[in-house]
Design a protein around this ligand. Structure first.
Ligand SMILES: Nc1ncnc2c1ncn2[C@@H]1O[C@H](COP(=O)(O)OP(=O)(O)OP(=O)(O)O)[C@@H](O)[C@H]1O
Ligand SMILES: [Mg+2]
Length: 321
């Protein structure tokens, strides 16, 4: 509980108070961010001039087909990777060219990560896994364990403190990973397909935990292939071919309108079900956004005049001939 109160306070600092009114300011600002992999004819444009502003306290679901650049975007926002071009401001501070140790500090203090494959260290018990990020801050083991135990208690896993990761169910492992992401009191949580390996009951528990973290005032960025999960989000960003093709407000508690129209209301149990959701998504979007899609395609024309890079939608992977 204390951890969530602290998280809330941290978020409040990113809001500006003026004469009793609260004005949120962007916590994340990307300006024309591109990410290119490889060289010459084998260049892949993973992100193509993406501009995105996220305010403190938003819950953003990021959707799009495989290879559309969602994880690349998360890695850049999470300071795990650098953009090839473009600017990135985190909490109002330009961060894309910070030295690695400064980037690591900004990342540690601001961002918690949750991955599809949990990424728990197999040789550490649950308590030590959760407490691990505090070791990098030089905190004593007693204090680390006390903090980790508080968070585990809060998420209902106090009785699993001394279990090893292999003794946990998938849902429990992911909740432990979320506890670890929360331990440094970050105000941004980046979750890349957090329920990708979970059955629907475990997914619900994990999503409810993320939703609690959001309600405590934190910013959540979550990649998902499952349209059902947009009901937890306040905004849905759709990506395709490294471009944001739609960016829409969403009502928390409801599946986003674009997805509701075409998705199948069946319990999602398998990966195939999720992929069916993605196909439904891709059918739904062009209808509404033909104009934007065209604009996105236009942006992919060769840019030799700027001397930056050449790429278009048909030649993104020119190595593949
Ligand atoms: N390290 C890398 N080297 C070369 N190409 C890469 C690298 N990482 C990603 N890519 C390419 O960048 C593009 C975007 O990849 P990314 O992992 O961001 O997609 P994604 O939307 O997260 O897909 P998925 O839903 O399958 O996780 C893909 O074409 C991928 O092959
Ligand atoms: Mg991915």
């Amino acid at each position: 509980m204390r951890a969530l109160v602290l998280l809330h306070l941290a978020t409040a600092c990113s809001q500006m108070c003026f004469r009793g009114k609260i004005y949120t300011m962007p916590i994340i600002e990307l300006q024309e961010v591109s990410k290119l992999y490889g060289f010459g004819d084998a260049t892949t444009v993973a992100l193509d001039e993406v501009s995105l502003t996220i305010e403190a306290g938003e819950f953003v679901a990021i959707m799009g087909p495989s290879g559309s650049g969602k994880s690349t975007l998360m890695n850049i926002i999470g300071l795990l990777d650098r953009p090839t071009h473009g600017n990135y401001k985190l909490n109002g501070r330009q961060v894309e060219r910070l030295r690695p140790n400064r980037q690591a500090r900004a990342r540690r203090d601001t961002i918690g990560f949750v991955f599809q494959s949990f990424n728990l260290l197999p040789k550490l018990n649950v308590l030590d896994n959760v407490a691990l990020p505090l070791a990098y801050k030089g905190m004593s083991q007693t204090r680390r364990h006390k903090r980790a135990a508080e968070i585990l208690d809060r998420i209902g896993l106090a009785d699993r403190e001394y279990f090893m990761p292999r003794q946990l169910s998938g849902g429990q492992a992911q909740r432990v990973a979320i506890a670890r992401a929360l331990i440094n009191n970050p105000n941004i949580i980046i979750a890349d397909e957090p329920t990708g390996n979970l059955d629907s009951a475990s997914s619900r528990l994990v999503m409810e935990l993320l939703s609690d973290v959001h309600k405590a005032g934190n910013t959540i960025l979550m990649v998902t292939h499952n349209p059902e999960l947009t009901r937890y989000a306040s905004r849905v960003v759709f990506m395709h071919d490294g471009v944001v093709i739609a960016d829409e407000k969403s009502t928390v508690g409801e599946v986003h309108e674009l997805l509701r129209r075409s998705m199948y209301f069946m319990p999602k149990k398998t990966e195939e079900d999720d992929l069916a959701g993605v196909s439904a998504l891709m059918q739904a979007i062009p209808e509404k956004l033909t104009g934007k899609k065209k604009a996105a395609k236009d942006k992919k024309k060769p840019k030799t005049s700027k001397g930056r890079y050449k790429a278009n939608s048909s030649s993104r992977k020119r190595g593949k001939k």
